[in-house]
Design a protein around this ligand. Structure first.
Ligand code: MG
Length: 247
């Protein structure tokens, strides 16, 4: 098990293994594998996942919510994180409504706090696809989001981190069993990526590998056991996970 760099064109990608973690100087080993022979794990082990609620106007409106004056932040425990191809475990005994939320995830690359907006790009390592899986019934019932957003497997991330990308206007598409359910662009973010990095880091120190989920566009909806849900983002790739029963 190691980190690696994905290289090569579509259908011909290979993975070059690196020693250590990818946040400082990358040291390649001699190991190189076709991507098709590699099991991808979540591309980072975040100390925390900080998520933003209601950061697309149309999504706020679909639940009758106002757009907040300031970014609405909540956290998902690190134990929610799974990678591409791993299963989302539906907690059937505790929830009757589990939703997908396709989102762009920002991956932090440097230890930082109180990052000014204009320096946000210096602390961003890259971007990946995320699914902010949510037990919607529990979110409505509880005063806050911890239980609804915090089940094990409720934060698929991947398939990898794209490090060389302008993320300010990317198409984001969520499909369930191949059918398009969400279609948005990151240019519709109410609070943009530099603003979110500044806002979150004004509260808490961010550590390499920490993740900021930037919010979901309109079109969220329920998942059923057996569904296959994919979050695809232009310039990054597609994160796919199946839904299984936990109980
Ligand atoms: Mg969300």
């Amino acid at each position: 098990m190691s980190f690696g760099v994905v290289e090569g064109g579509p259908g011909e990608e290979f993975v070059s293994a690196i020693s250590g973690h990818p946040f400082s100087q990358v040291q390649f080993t001699s190991e190189r594998y076709p991507l098709s022979q590699v099991k991808l794990l979540a591309p980072m082990l975040p100390s925390k996942v900080v998520a933003i609620g209601r950061n697309y106007a149309e999504h706020a409106a679909e639940f009758g919510n106002e757009v907040p004056d300031e970014p609405l932040i909540f956290m998902k425990p690190s134990t929610t994180v799974i990678g591409h191809g791993e299963n989302i475990a539906y907690p059937t005994s505790l929830s009757d409504r589990v939703d997908y939320e396709g989102e762009l995830a920002v991956v932090i690359g440097r230890l930082c706090r109180e990052v000014p907006v204009e320096r946000a790009k210096d602390v961003i390592f890259g971007y990946t696809c995320a699914n902010d899986v949510t037990a919607r019934d529990l979110q409505k019932k509880d005063v806050q989001f911890t239980r609804a957003k915090g089940f094990d497997t409720f934060c698929p991330l991947g398939p990898w981190i794209q490090t060389d990308l302008d993320a300010s206007d990317l198409a984001l598409t969520t499909t369930v069993n191949g059918e398009v359910r969400q279609s948005g662009r990151t240019s519709q973010l109410i609070n943009d990526i530099p603003a979110l990095v500044a806002y979150v880091s004004a509260v808490m120190t961010l550590i390499p590998g920490d993740v900021i989920l930037t919010g979901t566009p309109a079109g969220v909806g329920p998942l059923q056991i057996g569904d296959e849900v994919s979050v695809g983002i232009e310039g990054i790739g597609t994160l796919t996970n199946k839904v299984v029963s936990r109980d």
